[in-house]
Design a protein around this ligand. Sequence first.
Ligand code: FES
Length: 106
Amino acid sequence: MADWIRLMDADTLPENAAVTVSVDGREWAVYNVAGEAFVSDPMCTHGEARLCDGYLIGHEIECPLHQGRFDVRSGEPTWSPACEPLTTYGTKTKDGVIWLWPEPNV
Ligand code: FES
C-alpha cells in the first residue's frame, strides 16, 4: 500500500529551481515554481537527459539536450521535440517538508 514519502526540506530548494532527489534508490525531479512544489520522473521522455539540468521557465521545464519542454503540473509536452508526457506525482508541503505520493497522477 502506498504511503507519503518524505522528499526534502522545502527551504533547501530555491524558488524557480529543479533538483533530482533520490529516496531508497529511486529518483524524482522536484520543481519549485514560485514556492509551489511539483514532482515528475527525472528523465526526459525524448532521450537520456536529466530534466533537473534544464531550465525551469514558469511551469515549464526545458530539457537540456534538445530543448523540448513539459508542463511540470501535468507532464504534458509543450514544445517540440518532446511529444510523450512525463509522469507526474502528487505532492504536499507540510511543516516545511515536501512530501511525495508515489503513485503516478492519471
Ligand atoms: S532528450 Fe529531452 S528533448 Fe530530447
